[in-house]
Design a protein around this ligand. Sequence first.
Ligand code: PMP
Length: 338
Amino acid sequence: MAIYLDNNSTTRVDPKVVERMLPFLSENYGNASSETHEYGRVAANAVSEARAQVAALLNCQPKSILFTSGATEANNIAILGVMRASAKGKHFIVNAAEHKAVLDPASRLTKEGYQVTVLPVDRYGSVNADDVKNAIRPDTALVSVMHANNEIGTINAIFDIARICKRAGVLFHTDATQTVGKVPIDLSDGSIDLLSLSAHKLYGPKGIGALFVRPGSPKIQIEPLVEGGGHERRIRSGTLPVHQIVGLGAACFLCQNSMPAEAARISGLRELLRSELNERVAGMQFNGHPENRIPGNLHISIAGANDEAVMMKLRNQLAISSGSLHQLPTWKVQQFAE
Ligand code: PMP
């Protein structure tokens, strides 16, 4: 098998996570809502423990964590759910470098009569906090800026941007799918209102994620995308996938302990790869921010080389992905921009 270098796309489930999940696929099969019997209570307790583990990693209250099917759903709930429930206005601010799981809900909003401003990013893929400040209007209800870019690894100054939004009375959402479990995130200052994450990027299972919704006042209003049994504070109905939730909780617990050492180890390997490539391959260009970047990301361009051809040639040796900001669908930017 090729060497796996595609961890921004997905990670291997940690064997300790699998071990924690297995009993909830066999003997512990209760419904976490059926607390009238022991089976249900075991499931409910496991869900509570996992919620606390996710919250501990983010230094927030367990009740602020809502389980979803992944970051795509968390982003959709944050953007569509908040905008549709907003009494403040119909204006949403996003930027051109977001994942499709943010850009597509933004596109959906424009079809529903909302106004969307798409901010540019600089050559490192960073969003400028002043651009956000200048784009805020009296009818702006929500701003969404990803924590780190999934392709080039650049980390945005989300806490600065969140504070600008707070001062302006605008809600702030961040897609932190690429940073949770990789860099420390502390939500205790209340500046970030909504945050999306996904288990399969941090050695947990696919198909489970969470949306952090800041507790306290003013209460964040969210219109559910799915109606049903009223699970997850009526925001995300559906019988809880206990094994998946346990997996997410276990992955968060493991990351919390290993994060500092892992970040140093992985960024060390990244720098070794960078210097070896630089020495051996002519025309090598490294993309993304030189310092403000996630530990495990190296994004390269090679002058004169076609990315598909390079990947095809290496496919038996290296499992890597292509894609970059200059390939962003520019029509979207034009279509959204005012
Ligand atoms: N946002 C970002 C930044 C991502 O990298 C991904 C996964 N590629 C997603 C959202 C979607 O996550 P999920 O697979 O959990 O829906």
